[in-house]
Ligand binder design. Structure first.
Ligand code: FAD
Length: 479
């Protein structure tokens, strides 16, 4: 039986942020995830925005966490070498009714302590965003909203946690928990039992199932789907900021923004479902994305879409982001309802969870060996000519470009496969490097990546998987 001081269920952005925070102390920490890679579910299919919390419900834990988290991203992304940019957001009003709500949104921002929100005139808005619908009447500017690489954020948090001593058990599903004398004494998984002094539930959409294992299922989590288009980098109609619609009660609405890698992101929908596995996109959803975004940016070129995807927000019922501790399960910390702003909130949630664990009795002794820095894989496309020449001399595999759209070499792919948290599937390589995320969507580079992975992992090409167990890339011979 494995033993640990803290067991975290879920290697999404929340679980990994908590793990990294705990790795600052002299503790044994373990993260288990049913998926074969870190990265979570919602954490890899969102809008990739680091919010300010201007529109949160004032006084809520969500507001507190998002507002506290936003400023942390400058330092965090520097330490972890994760691409991040504060491009700022605008909230344009097109109707008189919308225009009249701007005062209330600014006031809400104020109550959330987001003081740097400013009014903009129609002229100012059109200068900042020439592709905006010219009927715009005025709007708000939220300067600290940012865009990030969400895949790399989770990978980097996990890699840094791992370098600082955290163990990751992937492909390992938690199936049950034994509670005795008001404590979880055993966590049952598909790979045996684990004895943990403290257990943290960061299981996102499946958080209610884990809570149910300790008798705390007094709520349920349902999926709220969001569908998106990703437009080609060369699309003619672009925006410079995150262009947000005036939010509604259920959603922040359908936005258009640049991604950190220069594509345009358009979406998402907000559809309440019951099937936690339904990540499909459909015509109705995508048409609604196009129609709503076209009302703000009339020239948006949906025909330049290179892909579309859907993510599932973990909607807690009853609603609300909560961090719960219990008198009758004293070593169980439950994070639920981390729904629409969890990518941002994770930086603060990591610290919040550690504080709770300390108050629950976890002894924290600083680890003087803790290193906050994580080195990214050197990317040829980001180097100067001189640096490119040097790396190609030193590492000949950097001479062979495999993904032409994103300019990724064999050297980078091999590095990803042998990182502290190794990329063991096509999607794992893709999320770390963007191989196959360009215009051809892997049509050209896919077979070469399979060859490289098979060689590096010492397995036949037929064994290479897209993501989870059984998702083989090659299913048979044609001749
Ligand atoms: C469409 C959409 C747009 C969004 N846009 C933004 C945005 O722009 N900015 C922002 O801040 N937030 C955004 N969010 C919200 C954000 O993505 C989520 O709040 C956040 O990713 C939640 O992270 P998590 O780690 O809690 O969950 P997840 O990423 O879902 O991770 C949970 C993990 O738990 C694991 N797990 C579950 N059950 C078990 C089990 N039994 N055993 C082991 N492991 C288990 C899962 O495999 C998964 O890896 C958006 C979300 C969506 C869907």
């Amino acid at each position: 039986m494995q033993k640990t001081d803290v067991l975290i269920v879920g290697a999404g952005v929340v679980g990994c942020a908590i793990a990294r925070e705990l790795s600052k102390y002299q503790l044994r920490v373990m993260v288990v995830d049913k998926n074969e890679d870190v990265g979570g579910d919602a954490s890899k299919s969102n809008s990739a925005i680091i919010h300010t919390g201007y529109d949160a419900a004032p006084g809520t834990l969500e507001s507190q966490l998002v507002v506290a988290a936003n400023p942390m991203y400058d330092r965090l992304t520097q330490d972890l070498e994760v691409p991040f940019k504060r491009v700022g957001a605008i909230l344009p009003a097109f109707t008189q009714e919308q225009f009249e709500t701007l005062f209330a949104w600014k006031e809400k921002a104020f109550h959330n302590r987001v003081y740097d929100v400013e009014y903009l005139t129609a002229e100012e808005l059109l200068q900042m965003e020439p592709n905006l619908n010219p009927e715009v009447r005025g709007g708000l500017y939220i300067p600290r909203e940012g865009i990030i690489d969400p895949f790399l954020l989770v990978v980097a948090l996990a890699e840094n946690a791992q370098q600082n001593g955290v163990d990751f058990l992937l492909g390992t599903k938690v199936t049950g928990m034994k509670v005795r004398q008001e404590r979880v004494t055993r966590v049952e998984t598909t790979h045996g039992e684990i004895e943990a002094a403290f257990v943290v539930n960061a299981a996102g959409l499946y958080n209610d199932e884990i809570a149910g294992m300790v008798g705390k299922a007094d709520y349920y989590v349902s999926p709220r789907k969001g569908q998106f288009f990703v437009l080609d980098r060369k699309t003619a109609c672009r925006v410079n900021h995150i262009v947000l619609p005036i939010p509604t009660k259920t959603t922040k609405g359908k936005l258009m923004c640049p991604t950190i890698h220069g594509n345009m992101l358009v979406g998402p929908t907000a559809e309440d479902l019951s099937d936690k596995l339904d990540k499909s996109t459909d015509e109705a959803g995508l048409n609604s994305v196009e129609a709503d975004v076209r009302a703000m940016i009339p020239g948006v070129r949906i025909q330049d879409a290179i892909t579309q995807y859907a993510g599932l927000r973990p909607q807690r019922n009853p609603e609300g982001l909560r961090v719960d501790r219990y008198d009758d399960v004293k070593n169980f910390l439950n994070l639920s309802g981390v729904r629409s702003t969890g990518l941002t909130a994770s930086a603060a949630l990591g610290k919040y969870a550690v504080q709770c664990l300390q108050e629950m009795g976890l002894e924290l002794k600083c680890d003087p060996q803790f290193d906050p820095r994580r080195k990214a894989i050197p990317l040829l496309r980001d180097m100067t000519q001189e640096e490119q020449d040097q790396i190609m001399q030193r590492e000949p595999l950097y001479r062979r470009v495999i993904c032409r759209c994103e300019v990724i070499t064999e050297g980078e792919i091999v590095a990803a496969i042998h990182r502290p948290i190794p990329a063991r599937s096509m999607d794992a390589v893709k999320r770390r490097l963007r191989v196959g995320m360009g215009r051809c969507q892997g049509g050209f580079c896919g077979p070469r990546v399979i060859e490289i992975m098979a060689r590096e992992l010492g397995v036949p090409a037929e064994e290479i998987q897209k993501n989870e167990k059984g998702s083989y890339m090659i299913t048979g011979r044609v001749r």
